[in-house]
Design a protein around this ligand. Structure first.
Ligand SMILES: Cc1ncc(COP(=O)(O)O)c(C=O)c1O
Length: 424
């Protein structure tokens, strides 16, 4: 394969580019210049590596899950890359620490972010607290409700959380608001975009900050299992955890790269977030040319997934390239299949996955059954399920009306503000 990043302006084949209002061009150029210098600067790389070690807890471990594999994956050997064990509970912190350090190098004092599942918002609020930056996070109203725990976490960390009431009130609309804020405040604000899409240089930069996942995992597989996996599986919202683990394996032609998308209520229902199952077509969304769920006139079609982090009508341009080149495969996983995988992994291994990550776990259930006991599968467990306990408990009917988890906020903070941290 040709190296797509050698094409000007971060094109991945035909995909990518930089489709933005004039007001942002200078900021994107400044960002590109700083990140190029930083990635070649031993002082920057040393600071980032030390944060990854002593703050995030890298390297993240591999965990073999034999009970789950025997009962649900046709006996194939399944190994999890445990990004859920990172500080803040997901892979998102890898990218955020890099961009927060860059914000300081650019002399900016404020960060903004969009968030769907809340994990990217929590990671950004965390890095802002750590580095003394002001922080505003945009989140669709629907997502503030289904990921209420993470809204409280961000506020506890000192961030302002702004619920977005436009459009479908989910991730796409939060990205729109973040771009609006950035245009107005670009002189002192950096937009910490949370996935591998958006205008150049975001897709390449975010991937490079997550690349550590695959670099570690490949070495760990050789070290602990004596060979590379037959397939690497990861869920794909915008696509950052997947690009992070895929990238180091791209040249290993025998290793299948499999992305699992939010299949929602099934492709035929029209209520899904699958960009690669035949309905999406190439177009521009949020500054990048890539596959987009859109109608004949280029209007974006609302996506749907039980998982807030996968509920997005577009996808990172490098995924579009890998898919068209035949190097990566993508499959939809329905809400029901993902929740069954959530339950299966929880009950056989004592690991509650994020609902996003449960899509990758469901992919391993499918692929393991197809390939059988000889197969060795590496699954990126991108996040932990604490944020999803309420949704999952509701899904499985485990809540009684008077359970405390469902109760109204109680008590007062010492300064008299009523339950501020848990009210949305
Ligand atoms: C735990 C987790 N995994 C995956 C995703 C999807 O994002 P991406 O495709 O960029 O990895 C999210 C998004 O919020 C997430 O919180």
């Amino acid at each position: 394969m040709t190296d797509p990043t050698s094409v000007p302006l971060g094109r991945f084949g035909a995909y990518g580019g930089r489709y933005v209002p004039e007001a942002l061009v200078a900021a994107l150029e400044e960002l590109d210049e700083h990140r190029r210098k930083a990635m070649a600067d031993p002082a920057f790389l040393g600071e980032l590596t030390e944060l990854q070690r002593s703050y995030t807890g890298r390297p993240s471990i591999l965990t073999s899950v034999p009970r789950f594999a025997a009962e649900h994956c046709g006996g194939a050997q399944v190994v999890l890359k445990r990004e859920d064990l990172n500080h803040t509970g997901s892979h998102k912190i890898n990218n955020v620490l890099g961009q927060a350090l860059l914000t300081k190098r650019m002399g900016k004092t404020r960060v903004i972010a969009e968030t769907g599942a809340g994990q990217h918002g929590v990671a950004t609020a965390t890095a802002a607290a750590l580095m003394g930056l002001d922080c505003t996070v945009y989140m669709g109203r629907v997502d503030t409700e289904r990921q209420a725990l993470n809204v409280a976490r961000m506020r506890l960390l000192g961030a302002e959380v702004v619920p977005v009431d436009h459009g479908s009130r989910t991730l796409k609309d939060a990205v729109n608001e973040a771009f609006r804020d950035w245009v107005a405040n670009v002189d002192h604000t950096h937009y910490v975009l949370g996935t591998v899409t958006g205008p150049y240089p975001f897709p390449e930069m975010v991937r490079d900050f997550h690349r550590v996942i695959g670099v570690e995992a490949r070495a760990q597989m050789l070290d602990e299992y004596g060979r590379l996996p037959d397939a690497v599986l990861a869920c794909v919202g915008g696509g950052s955890n997947a690009m992070g683990i895929f990238h180091r394996f791209i040249d290993d032609g025998d290793v299948r790269l499999i992305g699992l998308e939010g299949g929602g209520e099934g492709i035929s229902s029209g209520r899904h977030a699958s960009r690669f199952s035949g309905e999406a077509t190439p177009g521009v969304l949020h500054g990048a040319f890539t596959y987009v769920l859109q109608d004949d006139e280029g209007q974006t079609i609302e996506s749907h997934s039980v998982s807030a982090g996968l509920d997005y009508p577009s996808v990172g341009p490098e995924h579009s390239y890998l898919r068209d080149a035949g190097r990566a495969e993508y499959r939809p996983i329905t809400d029901t299949q993902a929740m069954e995988a959530f339950r299966a992994l929880s009950r056989t291994e004592g690991i509650l996955p994020a609902i996003e990550s449960a899509h990758a776990v469901a992919g391993a259930m499918q692929l393991g059954s197809e390939l059988g006991p000889e197969a060795l599968l590496l699954v990126n467990l991108s996040g932990r399920g604490d944020k999803d306990v309420h949704t999952a408990a509701q899904w499985f009917g485990l809540l009684d009306e008077d359970d405390p988890i469902d109760a109204e906020p109680i008590g007062q903070s010492p300064d008299g503000a009523e339950g501020e941290g848990v009210q949305l």
